[in-house]
Design a binder for this molecule. Structure first.
Ligand SMILES: [Zn+2]
Length: 153
């Protein structure tokens, strides 16, 4: 795990690294992605360091989505081209996470902007009820072993 003192996003939150902020409160900071995929691409991060989703405390987690929602609304009012928004959280290297301080991408979208997520070939066909049930059972078992109270029956 990254030492928060050496974490690029912790340094931005603390005002010790250069970033262009759009929002900051006691729980979250939102700033311009230095390498935007579309114009207006903003990152929303918890002020408290969490290297990945599992390390994120609930208080910070609860603050992230409302902040992203405010940024998304602001984008639509800003004059920045924005006909839709993608929220994206990459958790883990294989998912595309490159900075190991949890961050939620707020990506304004317009038709033909060239950004997108690709589905694997063949994934448009449903695996069928039985396969979905088997996978759901495995996930519910994972929820029980993690002691999560919000599992569906
Ligand atoms: Zn950090």
């Amino acid at each position: 795990m990254t030492n928060p003192a050496e974490c690029a996003f912790c340094r931005i939150v603390a005002g010790q690294a250069d970033a262009i902020l759009v929002l900051q409160d006691e729980r979250v900071t939102a700033f311009m992605d230095a390498h935007p995929v579309t114009t207006g691409h903003v990152l929303v991060v918890p002020n408290r360091h969490a290297g990945d989703l599992l390390a994120l405390d609930e208080d910070s987690a609860r603050a992230l989505l409302p902040a992203a929602q405010r940024v998304a609304e602001a984008l639509r009012r800003s004059g920045v081209p924005c006909d839709g928004v993608n929220l994206l959280l990459a958790d883990g290297t294989v998912a595309g996470q490159t900075v190991f301080h949890v961050h939620l991408h707020v990506i304004p979208r317009t038709r033909g902007d060239g950004f997108g997520l690709r589905r694997p070939l063949g994934s448009l066909r449903s695996p069928g009820r039985s396969a979905l049930e088997t996978t759901a059972a495995a996930i519910r078992a994972g929820l029980r072993s993690a002691g999560t109270p919000r599992e569906a029956e």
